[in-house]
Each structure stands twice: as C-alpha cells, then as structure tokens.
Design a binder for this molecule. Structure first.
Ligand code: URA
Length: 230
C-alpha cells in the first residue's frame, strides 16, 4: 500500500478491535468529498476474525441505498460464484476499497463513476483498520481498483489475475480476480467468452480458498483448480 498517511486515519479510532465502533466512526468521515453525494457510507460486514476477506471497488447504487456491501446484482453473481467454489459465505468478510458510492447522473439514473487514486488513498485508513480487525488468512481483490491498493497503480489484472501472492503484511496471501460487475457487463454478449470468464472467476475463488482453513466440517480446499464445481 501507498506509504503516505491516509487522511481517513484522522477519523479511525485508535486501538479498537470493535467493528461496530469502526463503522460508526467511518460514518463521520469527511476525508474526501464522496460523502457529499452518497446516501450513506457502506462499511464492510462479516465475521471477525474471518479466514477470507473480499474487497470490491466501491458500493453500487443498490448498496448505497441499502447500506450494505454487495447486495445488488454484482453481489448476487458473487454469491453464486462463492457457492460454486464451495466457499462458506458466512465465513467471508466483504468490503470495498472505497466506502461511498461515486456516481454521475445520466437522465434519472446514477451511473457508477470510477474513484480517483486520491479517493482510494483517502479511504485506505478504513481498509487497513478492517484488515486489522478481520485478520484474514487470504485477501481476494475483486477487480483492479482493490488490487492497486496493495500492488500499486501498475497492477494489471490481465497480467497477474488468479495468482496467490505473498500477502505480507496484510494477510498470508492475496489474490486478485475479476470484479463481478465486469462479468455482469459481459452478459448478453459473446456467450462462450462469458462462460469462460465466469469459470475462471470461480476457479480463482477456489484457488484463494485453497490457502484457507474454513470452520465448516469437511471443507478444506486442496488442489482447487482441478476440483472446483463451475
Ligand atoms: N461493486 C462493488 O465493488 N462493491 C459493492 O459493494 C457492489 C458493487
């Protein structure tokens, strides 16, 4: 991660391992301007500690209205892929690199707008605090924005997707894969390509799971790439 101090660190309570306290403090965050246009801040959710942490880019339209991460169409696709990869959803912590929805008006619709590097950096204090509380064994970056938080701006999904990297100091391992919204955008296009990418997404999740001990009886992922149901 970028070495410069993230402005959100001025809002992060020191030394807490209470997720509710963190989330409450995050709701007061004005470290960048995104709070002005969003309905509400969307903090991460899931068990703490959790063996696996999934990090998306930012909340979407639905998440902004509901106040929870990955509850819209991208979340549905993600849930299906986790299921296919035999990852117990209730043992996964889910969050975003940026906690407010950035959008631009298009008629009556609010269209997703990509967060800037400055906005991602501004929000990094919250992500670091979440990692400190969740203490994941493996972090899965959903899309390039989340991956760039850890691997820098030069990270390219096309070159480094699906590889279990050394995750120090944040986790044992970090793996970057597609963002589920990218898959949604492919739907209705080339069916063969969609099927191929969807399968690769599930296999990437299964690969990440192979680095993790889940609590569920009998689920220890090994040789994930050959055994995942896709
Ligand atoms: N896309 C994201 O990156 N995060 C969400 O929570 C929803 C859609």
């Amino acid at each position: 991660m970028d070495e410069k101090r993230s402005p959100s660190l001025s809002y992060v309570p020191v030394g807490t391992d209470d997720l509710a306290e963190l989330a409450a403090a995050a709701r007061r965050c004005q470290a960048c301007d995104l709070y002005k246009c969003a309905t509400q801040l969307v903090f991460g959710e899931g068990p703490t500690p959790a063996p696996m942490m999934l990090i998306g880019e930012q909340p979407g339209d639905r998440e902004d209205l509901v106040g929870r991460p990955f509850v819209g169409p991208a979340g549905e696709l993600l849930d299906d892929a986790l299921d296919a990869a035999e990852i117990p959803r209730d043992q996964v912590y889910v969050t975003n690199a940026v906690k407010h929805f950035k959008w631009e008006p298009r008629g009556k619709r609010r269209l997703h707008a990509r967060p800037s590097m400055a906005e991602i950096h501004a929000c990094r204090g919250w992500l670091e605090a979440e990692i400190g509380v969740v203490r994941p064994e493996v972090i899965v970056c959903l899309g390039a924005t989340a991956a760039q938080v850890f691997f820098g701006r030069g990270f390219r999904l096309t070159r480094s997707r699906g590889v279990l990297e050394d995750g120090a100091p944040w986790a044992e391992r970090i793996l970057a894969t597609f963002h589920p919204s990218a898959l949604l955008r492919m739907k209705g296009g080339d069916e063969g390509e969609y099927t191929r990418v969807r399968r690769a997404f599930t296999l990437d999740l299964a690969e990440a799971a192979s680095a993790v001990s889940f609590r569920s009886p009998g689920v220890r992922h090994r040789g994930a790439r050959s055994s995942a149901a896709v």
